[in-house]
Design a protein around this ligand. Structure first.
Ligand SMILES: [Fe+2]
Length: 187
């Protein structure tokens, strides 16, 4: 069983450069199945919404966040605007990826999104989301908490979310994101 501190230390140097998302994804796929210890304070769900705990700020500017998904918890369709690698530490999640269809009729107006791919990911599975096509949702598939670790190419303090308006159209809104706890183990 590897400590979370060592896991994060090994990821740090992988977060630099254009190959970062694929290198981090490969590392996730190799390391997580061997077991990475997560202290209990990082695995407790929040009753109101999914929990986001800051784990690390790397010198590259990338960040690591652990998320705890309670029963029925998930995200709206969103877009990070930066690369992200997501790996499942506990439980099982569903990721639905969306494609943008055409252009908005008016600048800032509603856009059309179409579900393109549904992925069910269990412990040890990891994926890389790379702009410009990173519209997606995440949903816990279990009645018990699922835990995922996310490496972002920067500070993930806001996201674009897409609110359905009917007829496959979505209105974009900028949403500020809060950390449930922000005392990183690294950085
Ligand atoms: Fe996401």
């Amino acid at each position: 069983m590897m400590t979370i501190e060592r896991f994060l230390q090994e990821i740090g140097p992988l977060t630099l450069g254009a190959e970062a998302p694929l290198r981090v994804r490969d590392y996730f796929q190799a390391a997580i199945p061997q077991g990475v210890d997560l202290p209990g304070r990082f695995t407790e769900p929040d009753g109101t919404q999914y929990a986001r705990h800051l784990l690390a700020r790397f010198s590259s500017g990338a960040t690591a966040i652990v998320m705890v998904w309670g029963k029925g918890q998930g995200t709206p369709i969103h877009d990070h605007g930066m690369w992200c690698v997501e790996g499942v530490f506990r439980g099982k999640i569903e990721v639905v990826r969306y494609d943008l269809v055409g252009e908005a009729d008016v600048q800032g107006g509603p856009v059309r999104l179409r579900a393109a791919e549904t992925i069910h990911a269990s412990v040890g599975e990891a994926g890389a989301l790379i702009p410009p096509s990173d519209y997606h949702t995440i949903q816990n598939m279990l009645a018990t908490p699922s835990v995922t670790v996310h490496i972002y190419g920067g500070e993930m303090d806001r996201a674009k979310i897409f609110i359905p308006e009917g007829g496959g159209r979505y209105r974009m809104e900028e949403q500020p994101l809060q950390y449930t706890t922000s005392a990183p183990l690294l950085g």
